[in-house]
Design a protein around this ligand. Structure first.
Ligand SMILES: [Zn+2]
Length: 285
């Protein structure tokens, strides 16, 4: 264990009816120090979407969980709040029209933006487009919501955590153009669940966040250390093994160091310098 090193998980979900704070304590015990905590889709919190103000619940729950962790542990937790891209599919399946769902989501994003302006959260996310096949219409509306999010971020000076399908080099270049058109600084876009094509992301200026599996990290580090690490821990009592468990960022960080795959400077970059620049926060021990 390296006592002087902050260890930050850039994308974690925790819920009251899951392991919640217990998972945060496991992360801490394994050597973790900082969590970027992202709210889950609205229905996870029992929301039945009828009004944009319904989005207060997922935002408030995420912020409350973050405060509770900071109070009960030595961890530093930062909420990231947003409207999940899967909401478009979910609420149309429940009988709403696409247009109505789109409008509610857009206003939900505006509400999240207000929260971030009030410093209740550090960034907007996760927002984006579905990672599963959808109709042309759904994809177009998702892109409209992404553009809206980029505008909000640019107008108000915050960053965005983006959820998409698994991206190829060509996809990253297309995304890069889209960000350019919005005027937003590309280093303010954090691509959650990135492939380890660090060279492409570095060239395009977008920040990749890498799922902390050994093979991903080994591949990523060959192309530099301009990335963040995450688990996307879902804290889902129905799917306890889904994605990665809460201890993986500290565990894999120590593994990287012990295997001499990275040096300490790389890790300071990944866990401190890059998140500080991405979110405008201070990552101290
Ligand atoms: Zn997520």
């Amino acid at each position: 264990m390296n006592e002087e090193l902050p260890i930050l998980d850039n994308h974690m979900h925790l819920r009251g009816n899951g392991k919640g704070i217990k998972a945060a304590k496991e992360f801490s015990k394994a050597g973790g120090t900082h969590i970027v905590l992202v709210n889950l889709p609205s229905w996870t919190y029992g929301v039945n979407l009828t009004d944009p103000s319904n989005y207060k619940k997922p935002f408030d729950k995420c912020i409350a969980m973050s405060k509770e962790i900071d109070k009960k542990t030595d961890l530093n937790t930062y909420p990231v709040i947003g409207v999940h891209p899967a909401e478009l599919t979910k609420w149309t399946e429940e009988g709403k029209s696409l247009e109505e769902t789109f409008e509610l989501m857009k206003k939900g994003l505006n509400l999240a933006s207000e929260y971030i302006k009030e410093k209740k959260a550090i960034a907007l996310g996760e927002i984006g487009r579905p990672h599963y096949p959808v109709s042309k219409e759904v994809m177009e509306l998702s892109h409209e919501l992404i553009r809206h999010s980029f505008r909000l971020a640019n107008d108000n000076g915050f960053s965005v955590q983006l959820h998409t399908e698994s991206m190829t080099k060509e996809d990253v270049i297309k995304l890069s153009k889209m960000i350019n058109e919005s005027g937003l600084d590309k280093s303010k876009v954090i691509k959650h669940f990135s492939n380890p094509i660090i060279d492409v992301y570095t060239q395009e200026g977008i920040l990749p966040s890498i799922i902390s599996k050994k093979e991903n990290l080994k591949e990523a580090i060959k192309k530099g250390s301009r990335f963040l690490m995450e688990t996307d821990y879902l804290d889902d009592p129905q799917r306890p093994g889904a994605v990665l468990g809460p201890k993986n960022v500290p565990k894999k960080t120590n593994w990287l160091l012990n295997q001499k795959i990275v040096n300490k400077e790389d890790l300071i970059n990944i866990h401190k310098t890059i998140p500080e620049e991405a979110y405008g926060i201070k990552v101290n021990l």
